[in-house]
Design a binder for this molecule. Structure first.
Ligand SMILES: [Zn+2]
Length: 490
């Protein structure tokens, strides 16, 4: 049968990305942004289920690599906050302070955590006594608040980061700590690969590293509007925090030494990326492992007596699949086209359509959300077919996302003569004249001034981790010695 898809008028096309994003998170019931405190949002049930699925995958990866989940306190006393000077300075403009308890002013004002280095390292200093306590690998998934001054955007730039996953580790040697940095990078790679979110890894420039870190490594992805979003970071602290917080241990020779620490974090920006990278004009497109509902069954009834047969058959099909998948029969009294659109909007990977024709031939019609293909499947093979489809869906989603991502990374051997117009023009499509965005890799000399000059116009994401042969000249005309990546960043 032909069912006309009924598109609500509200979802703008994805190439109008800003509008599309705001509408899709509202219409697909991810978050409600109407709460009257700027940058604070309400997660809706469907969005929260997606969020939990993502973080449960990460939870497993962390557990498998020996990380233990903890919970550290929300408030940080002012005197501790100022202990690590660079961190205090770095977060100076972003901290919310608690200054009163009820009607009484507090003797020591309390910071609401913008991040948890301080409470965690304070406790580390109490727990770590000898090399036998190391390595110590802890993590927590909490909310943090930061007084963000730029324009806020749901799940991307917020004042309450509701889903801040931070891991902190302490080690007996620099070598161990550096290995931990590698392990952290690998965990994040695995997570983003599982979700089909393409990324590029860069070592952030020194002037843009985490306050207090020796160096920072970051994962960035490219959004459909061509701007990049930082989606995960890994920091090596050396002994700096250990010295500020007195995290000392007795080594195997009986000598006292400061520990080496690392930390790595990501947030609900992962959910934003999942939505932005995979979605289309119809709405969300969810990888099967993340979808709260994996199969929606739509009985195509027509008000005739045969409707009962169709409903009964639909329930039987649901039962058949329910051991392996989360399944639901949508038997609401609505037109099928309306139901189709609703579930496409919510990104359900597989839809099963059942009319009288299917009942009579002992088949079902299976629709794939990722590429809109429909096939007719015998019910005897249904379970295997749907399993196969789910694998194909995630692979297809990954390959689409990768292709798109790779097409947005450009190499520029000979850098432009430097004016603001030129800086932006490298990210402009010559044919259409439109901002195409993406990431440009450009050669620069070793004078940081040249990088800083570029950073007046574009964000410097940093250097590739891997070795590159360097060709070309810097903007100053000198021979280039390294590659930096630049983009317009969120
Ligand atoms: Zn230069």
């Amino acid at each position: 049968m032909t069912v006309k898809i009924e598109k609500p008028k509200m979802l703008p096309p994805k190439n109008d990305f800003g509008e599309w994003y705001n509408e899709v998170i509202r219409m697909a019931e991810i978050v409600d942004t109407t709460y009257p405190v700027k940058g604070f949002q309400t997660w809706l049930s469907y969005g929260w289920m997606i969020r939990n699925k993502v973080f449960n995958i990460l939870r497993k990866f962390l557990k498998d690599t020996g990380h233990e989940e903890y919970y550290f306190p929300l408030l940080i006393p002012d005197n501790l906050f100022s202990l690590e000077k660079e961190t205090a300075k770095g977060f100076e403009g972003e901290v919310y302070w608690v200054t009163k308890g009820g009607i009484n002013p507090l003797a020591v004002k309390l910071a609401i955590r913008p991040t948890s280095e301080i409470p965690i390292y304070l406790m580390f200093s109490k727990w770590i006594r000898s090399y036998a306590n190391l390595p110590l690998k802890v993590w927590q998934l909490v909310n943090t608040v930061r007084y963000e001054t730029k324009a806020t955007k749901p799940l991307i730039r917020v004042r309450e980061i509701t889903s801040f996953k931070e891991a902190h580790t302490a080690h007996a040697s620099k070598e161990d700590a550096l290995k931990q940095v590698d392990e952290a990078v690998n965990i994040y790679k695995k997570l983003f690969e599982t979700l089909g979110i393409p990324y590029i890894i860069s070592r952030r420039p020194d002037y843009d590293k985490f306050p207090g870190a020796e160096y920072s490594i970051a994962f960035d992805t490219v959004f459909p509007d061509g701007r990049t979003l930082q989606i995960g970071t890994v920091h090596y602290h050396g002994q700096r925090f250990a010295k500020s917080f007195d995290i000392k241990f007795l080594d195997s020779n009986g000598e006292t030494n400061y520990a080496y620490t690392t930390c790595y974090g990501l947030s609900e920006r992962v959910i934003a990326s999942l939505i932005a990278v995979h979605g289309d004009d119809h709405g969300l497109k969810l990888p099967p492992d993340i979808a709260p509902l994996q199969v929606i069954i739509i009985p195509i009834t027509s008000g005739k007596e045969s409707d009962n047969l169709i409903l009964e058959y639909s329930n039987k099909i649901a039962e058949k699949l329910s051991g392996e998948f989360t399944v639901k029969v949508d038997n609401r009294d609505l037109r099928p086209g309306k139901k189709y659109y609703e579930w496409e909007l919510k990104g359900v990977p597989v839809r099963i359509e059942i009319g009288l024709k299917e009942v009579e031939s002992n088949t079902v019609t299976v629709f794939r959300r990722d590429n809109f293909n429909k096939i007719n499947v015998k019910t005897d093979n249904l379970l295997e077919e749907v399993q196969k489809l789910m694998n194909e869906i995630i692979e297809n989603m990954k390959s689409d996302a990768d292709k798109n991502f790779k097409s947005k990374i450009y190499q520029s051997e000979v850098f432009f003569s430097f004016t603001e117009q030129d800086a932006v023009s490298i990210l402009i499509d010559e044919e259409t004249g439109e901002f195409k965005g993406g990431i440009v890799e450009v050669p620069v000399c070793d004078n940081v001034k040249c990088e800083l000059q570029i950073s007046n116009y574009l964000t410097v994401l940093g250097e590739p981790l891997e070795h590159r042969n360097i060709k070309g000249k810097c903007i100053c005309g000198r021979k280039a010695v390294k590659i930096i990546r630049v983009s317009k960043q969120y």
